[in-house]
Structure formats: structure tokens, C-alpha cells
Design a protein around this ligand. Structure first.
Ligand SMILES: [Zn+2]
Length: 254
């Protein structure tokens, strides 16, 4: 190996995925049949700048930071995300502790109360529209995505509107704040579509809120540990229903 290879390998090993912006000049781009995608090869002329002080780099950094905090990029449907396969039961404190001890995402079930559930606040805090290409929040009357880094920029806007709110989950051990509750999980839980929700009266939304607020629920979550981009543990709700009292009693005894 060449010295630049060793230097590059050392550099890359020290980078955290989704936390560093790289500006790379002079690389060879080839199609790699083994990986079935484009790959970049460095050589002696390649210059790699970590977190360059440019407008593009700061836009990219802010975009990834926002995406990390909301968890929007972590949500591609994967078969292992199906609640049926999630069986490990935790308390809120156990979830938080595991996220700190094991720095990788995991799944779990908690029987907890929904201690913050603002479905009766302004609709803009419950329903959001995002560009389908980059998940950036946009307003659906726009002609194109407002994210400068969107891969679909310049093309017509392709956007999806859905439930997109934050809820707090509490039990006797603590509270997990700001868990993401989004479509299609929210539709199933609330038993109403986005369209039905937007045409509800304030009273109907308040009823919907009290159907779940402070009720014990069985909640399937996907948990992300804290990272440089995200302070605190992040939870994404994959399924939520009112808990069966018999099931809760059984758990408390065992
Ligand atoms: Zn976009």
C-alpha cells in the first residue's frame, strides 16, 4: 500500500457516519460491479478536507443535523421493524440505559403512559408535508423543494403529507421525551386518515387526545442512542395501542 492509502484509511476510520462533511478533490469515480454502485478511489493527488468552511458544507451539515434530530431519514420500512417481531419488554429507564450502554439502534416494547399528546394543538404541529426525495419539511404549494441539497431540486415537487408529531412516554421509572409518531403508524393508532383529521372540529381532536393521554399503552419503539448530531435518546413509535389490563397485571407480577 501507498502512504496516501494508509493516511486515508486512518482518516476514514476516525469519521462518524452522518456526522462529518467531506470535500474531496481529485478522486477517480468508477462503477464497481462487485458493489453494484459507483465508488471513489483516492490517489496521490486526492485532497480530502474534513468539515470545510463553505456554504454547501454548512447547508449539508444543518440538513443532516435536522434529519438526525427528527429521525426522518431512519424510517425506511424494513421487515425487522414490524412490531410482531419485537418482543423485548423494557421500562423507560431500561430503554434509556440500554441506549447509553449499547451505542446502536434497537427495538423494544414498553407499557407506558402517553404523558404528552398534543393532537389538539395547531394542525401544523401534527400534520407536516415533506419532500419525498430528501424528507425536508416543505409547504405543499411550492413548485420545487427548498432544500438546496435535495437530489430532486429543479424538478417538480414530489411531497407527502402525513402525521408527524412528538409525544412523551412515561412510566414509574421516567419519561422518554419527543418520540416521533408518524404516518402510517399514527393513522392506525388514531383510526383516522390525515384528511379526516384535518376536517375534525376542535372538540373531536380533544376527544382523540383524551382517548390516549394518560392511558397505559403498549408501545413498540425503535430506539436510537445519542450521537454528536443528536443529544439524548431518540425514540420512533412503530405501533401503539391501549394496553390490555390483563397483560399489564401479568407483567407487574412477573
Ligand atoms: Zn427535497
Amino acid at each position: 500500500t501507498h502512504s496516501w492509502d494508509r493516511e486515508t484509511i486512518q482518516l476514514v476510520l476516525n469519521l462518524m457516519p452522518k456526522e462529518t462533511v467531506l470535500f474531496i478533490a481529485d478522486v477517480r469515480i468508477n462503477f464497481d460491479t462487485f458493489r453494484n454502485g459507483m465508488t471513489a478511489t483516492v490517489n496521490s493527488k486526492t485532497i480530502i478536507t474534513v468539515n470545510p468552511d463553505t456554504r454547501e458544507a454548512s447547508l449539508l451539515f444543518n440538513y443532516v443535523k435536522e434529519a438526525a434530530e427528527t429521525g426522518v431519514l431512519e424510517e425506511e420500512e424494513k421487515p425487522e421493524d414490524m412490531p410482531g417481531s419485537i418482543t423485548d419488554v423494557y421500562t423507560v429507564n431500561q430503554l434509556k440505559q440500554k441506549a447509553l450502554d449499547v451505542p446502536e439502534l434497537f427495538f423494544g416494547v414498553i407499557y407506558s403512559f402517553i404523558s404528552k399528546f398534543d393532537v389538539d394543538s395547531s394542525v401544523s404541529k401534527v400534520i407536516r408535508t415533506r419532500c419525498t426525495k430528501c424528507k425536508y419539511q416543505v409547504s405543499d404549494d411550492l413548485q420545487s423543494c427548498t432544500n438546496d441539497l435535495c437530489p430532486g431540486r429543479g424538478q417538480g415537487l414530489s411531497a407527502a403529507t402525513g402525521f408527524d408529531l412528538f409525544v412523551d412516554l412515561s412510566d414509574h421509572t421516567g419519561t422518554l421525551q419527543g418520540c416521533s409518531l408518524r404516518s402510517p403508524v399514527a393513522e392506525k393508532m388514531l383510526d383516522c386518515t390525515v384528511k379526516e383529521f384535518t376536517s375534525m372540529t376542535d372538540d373531536e381532536r380533544t376527544d382523540l387526545k383524551w382517548k390516549y393521554l394518560l392511558e397505559r399503552c403498549k408501545i413498540y419503539v425503535k430506539i436510537f442512542p445519542p450521537s454528536k448530531m443528536r443529544t439524548g435518546v431518540k425514540g420512533i413509535i412503530l405501533g401503539c395501542s391501549l394496553a390490555d389490563p390483563g397483560e399489564v397485571k401479568y407483567l407487574q407480577k412477573h
